[in-house]
Design a binder for this molecule. Sequence first.
Ligand code: FAD
Length: 285
Amino acid sequence: MLSKYDYFKPDTLEKALEYLEKNSETRILAGGTDLMLLLRKDAVSCEHILDIKDIPETKILSYTPKVGLFIGASIPVNRIAEDDVIRGVYPALCQAIDGLASFQIRNRATLVGNICHASPGADTSAPLLVYNAKVHIASIEGVRIVDIANFFTGVKKTTVKENEIVIGVSLPDVEQGDNSIYLRKARIKGHDLCNVGLAMRLTSKKEMYVAMAAVAPIPLRLTELEKTIGTKELTSELGPWIQEEIKKYMDPRRNSVRSSREYRFHIAGVLAKRGLLNLLEKEAK
Ligand SMILES: Cc1cc2nc3c(=O)[nH]c(=O)nc-3n(C[C@@H](O)[C@@H](O)[C@H](O)COP(=O)(O)OP(=O)(O)OC[C@H]3O[C@@H](n4cnc5c(N)ncnc54)[C@H](O)[C@@H]3O)c2cc1C
């Protein structure tokens, strides 16, 4: 059974931030696909619910060539993935959304809620890492912008403070010839977080970016691996190498109900090789 709490749905950011300042034990509600489960299980303390879906800044979804993409905190992930322009520019992000939960949940779930919940297996985290996304965080003092690489601080922990609201996420534009892919392995699609999620991006300058979900306490950008790839010739012969190499950067949970560490190591290697070969094949066309 749900505990009792106040519910407030402001129509401006100012009112929302004032409410947060005045009321401790407030939980921010976006789509509710994580929060409502936590409340039902009494797994979080909560006296006030702040629904952000009427705040104009959170309702923006806009792509501007040469500038990039802004995704407001109230935008359900289906709105992002059904936009053909966004899909063309940021394929790995849309592929990650395609695999997230079921169609019905994707109509409610937001990308910002996905990263604020900060599950190590959050599917949108790895693509945001390879696109160098920035998180826009508001408080009554103003807006601060945090690199996604510094956003996650632990399992289900982020840099967002109690008096702050994430208003959206921005992604820089990519140049022509940029390509990316997201691959995931899960037990049952529509019901389960991934066992491993892998985003790879090959930029127009032939730089390879790699990020992973569900293989460590926080989603990881593998910058050391990227540097090593940078010293090598990008050919399909790197496939077997990356399949083994990527395992050095992982630290999966020992007692996970979803899969053993060994399985995650194995699957990560398979996905890394597949991702690399896929991007090289597209580049050759
Ligand atoms: C059956 C099922 C299957 C799922 N499968 C997947 C899956 O395959 N992959 C995956 O990645 N996820 C999966 N999920 C989880 C996914 O639905 C959520 O992570 C979702 O994206 C969260 O967005 P939301 O809008 O529902 O957030 P909410 O539930 O509203 O909020 C989530 C958390 O973020 C906080 N929050 C939300 N918005 C803000 C904000 N603007 N500022 C600060 N804090 C904020 C909330 O207070 C809460 O703590 C699944 C969920 C279910 C129920």
